[in-house]
Design a protein around this ligand. Structure first.
Ligand SMILES: [Zn+2]
Length: 196
């Protein structure tokens, strides 16, 4: 087996976190100090998001225009990082409460897909695994956290361009949503069949 390529996040370390000597080396997804043996794995971070489906045929999806880097000005899916000890469903619900003051009903969130992502933030590229759910939403929320969100954007999932979307994971989630919506026999991109 060939060694895994070095994780860019490993290069964020200029000194050992154990003994403080300069230059821990990158070994795959770990920063390793040759002097004291300190080893830090930059494990993939978990994130969770919800594609909220507004009434319509096809439903519009409630995306958020990001007001901060990374991907400021582009459209993302409401959600965020999973806290330690938290499950993805709870993280998704918490993020919706924090970002939109939205409390979803206790009915289970519908799983859509997972997608891998790279999230550059203040000098470190975090690699993430995003779990994306769907849930129906009756109306656009009146409030959003203006520190992170510039606008709430009801979006036609069949008309939005990939270049408007914030991250590779955003594009993957929209593609998964469209694939789940489209009947297997359909050939036209706008042919929306009954939701499965
Ligand atoms: Zn060390």
């Amino acid at each position: 087996m060939s060694p895994a390529p070095a994780d860019p996040a490993v290069r964020a370390f200029r000194h050992c976190g154990g003994c403080g000597r300069p230059g821990p080396r990158a070994e795959g997804t770990a920063a390793v100090c040759g002097a004291c043996g300190w080893c830090f794995f930059t494990n993939v971070a978990a994130a969770a998001a919800v594609l909220l489906e507004l009434p319509g045929d096809p439903p519009r999806l409630l995306l958020v225009r990001r007001s901060r880097e990374p991907a400021a000005g582009r459209l993302g899916i409401p959600g965020g990082f999973v806290d330690a000890g938290e499950i993805a469903e709870a993280a998704a619900r918490r993020e919706l409460r924090e970002e939109l003051r939205l409390r979803l009903p206790p009915t289970p969130l519908r799983f859509l897909c997972t997608a891998s992502n790279a999230y550059p933030y203040r000098g470190v590229v975090y690699r993430t695994l995003d779990t994306v759910f769907t849930a129906p939403l009756a109306a656009v929320p009146r409030w959003f956290d203006a520190a992170e969100i510039g606008a709430l954007v009801p979006t036609d999932p069949f008309a939005v361009g990939d270049d408007e979307l914030a991250f590779p994971a955003t594009r993957a989630a929209l593609a998964a949503w469209r694939a789940a919506r489209r009947p297997a026999s359909s050939t036209g991109p706008r042919t929306a069949g009954p939701k499965s």
